[in-house]
Design a protein around this ligand. Structure first.
Ligand code: YNC
Ligand code: MG
Length: 388
């Protein structure tokens, strides 16, 4: 059934629930000299290319490949439209390897036709911190689908990860392959219900009029928590401490240091936004909320071409109730003109989704580990990881 994935060191269906198998790496590292030194073979019309995402031209090519060929919803109404600034941010964390930004070009016209990336990360799985690659942006041009190019891309990124002496990876996908560590659901909070209904993202509820719907999703003009403000560079140490402490409760979560927090959390225009609560009396940082910006192209609508979406990232509440904190996040997202605020049911998100009028989406997001077995699947609330 899974001719490729059956050959890979991932949890296999036949081993599900076998409690005699140990948790941890499935295969041991091999000596680096034994890692294949040449790239995998591509069909003869194609060549490998390493993508320098600091080059405006290359970044544009990647942007356009993804804009036209990356992930769509089940009904093909929307397609992710990651911005160039976002791609540069997502692919340049501390310690990144350019060799993990992998493209495939057609020999005939040099056009970029496929892509896959890895970035380095430390992930904690229960009590172990493991160096991993986070693999993302796997994309094959629509005209080259179902030719088994994807397994070649995956094997090539694996080889280049191994060359850096890293042997595990984490990734998410909308498809089910062997075997998810957990399966999450997206929830959506309408900020601009009229547009969302006009473009077919949502539907008018039963016995609802447009004006009742607009009133239902109306938010206050300003935030309610005293001391709520944007994160700044000087907040990095406090945000790192809060986030590390918060993430320690989850079975799987990133192990973040101050450099990581500066990269991943410090506000970057149209890419990532982080707000925090600074106590007006003690000036202590007590709470954090953050979201990233990922618009989608609206396919075939006369009136609108872009859906502006915010995606919940990492949120920490120690003093401000999480519900109030996230309500303030919705208020600032509305002020910033987002159409919808999305969140997965990971971490403690379930505690605010229904109350803050998020509705469940269709389509699920499955989380995976490569070469690392868990004894059993996690509940989404045991996962402290958001991938882009
Ligand atoms: C997928 N999303 O099952 P089997 S997510 C992993 N992730 O293999 P072909 C996938 N595997 O089942 P196509 C996958 N989608 O026979 C398909 N597969 O064993 C598997 N879509 O290959 C599939 N981006 O080339 C099957 O399929 C085999 O031409 C079939 O290409 C697939 O970035 C794809 O959704 C996804 O561009 C490239 O459909 C194409 O259809 C496409 O015949 C739109 O492939 C965009 C899209 C995926 C977004 C993502 C995470 C990717 C993770 C990859 C796995 C990483 C493993 C860790 C590596 C480092 C290890 C270390 C150390
Ligand atoms: Mg293919």
């Amino acid at each position: 059934k899974h001719k490729f994935w059956e050959t890979q060191p991932v949890g296999q269906y036949k081993d599900l629930g076998d409690s005699s198998l140990p948790e941890g790496p499935i295969e041991l590292p091999t000596p680096l000299q034994e890692v294949k030194q040449e790239p995998y073979n591509l069909p003869s019309q194609y060549v490998w290319t390493t993508c320098d995402m600091t080059s405006e031209e290359t970044c544009n090519e990647v942007y356009n490949l993804l804009k036209n060929n990356y992930v769509e919803d089940d009904e093909n109404m929307f397609r992710f439209n990651y911005s160039k600034e976002f791609l540069r941010w997502a692919l340049h964390p501390p310690g990144y390897f350019q060799s993990w930004h992998i493209g495939v070009r057609a020999k005939a016209n040099k056009k970029l036709v496929a892509f896959i990336t890895g970035i380095p990360a430390r992930l904690r799985v229960r009590n172990e911190v493991v160096k991993m690659a986070e693999v993302n942006f796997l994309c094959v041009h629509k005209k080259l689908r179902s030719k088994r190019l994807a397994p070649v891309l995956i094997k090539e990124v694996t080889r280049r990860v191994h060359l850096e002496n890293i042997w595990q990876a984490a990734y998410t996908a909308g498809v089910i392959i062997p075997t998810p560590i957990t399966t999450c659901q997206y929830w959506h909070r309408s900020l601009n219900p009229k547009k969302l209904i006009d473009v077919g993202f949502s539907r008018l509820g039963a016995r609802m009029t447009m004006s009742r719907t607009i009133k239902l999703y109306k938010l206050p003009d300003s935030t309610s928590t005293p001391g709520f403000r944007k994160m700044e560079l000087r907040d990095v140490p406090a945000v790192t401490r809060l986030l590390r402490e918060y993430l320690s409760q989850f079975a799987v979560a990133p192990d973040l240091d101050e450099d990581d927090v500066e990269h991943w959390m410090l506000p970057t225009k149209n890419v990532v936004d982080t707000f925090l609560v600074e106590s007006p009396d003690t000036h202590e940082i007590t709470d954090i909320c953050s979201f990233y910006t990922l618009p989608s192209t609206i396919l075939g609508n006369q009136n609108y071409s872009i859906l502006k979406a915010a995606y919940s990232y990492y949120n920490v509440s120690t003093k401000t109730p999480l519900l109030q904190l996230m309500n303030d996040a919705l208020i600032v997202a509305k002020q910033m003109d987002y159409d919808v605020f999305n969140a997965l049911d990971v971490m403690q998100n379930e505690s605010f989704l229904k109350e803050l009028k998020f509705g469940p989406g269709d389509g699920q997001l499955h989380y995976y580990l490569y070469n690392y077995r868990l004894r059993e699947a996690l509940r989404p609330s045991e996962l402290g990881l958001v991938l882009l």
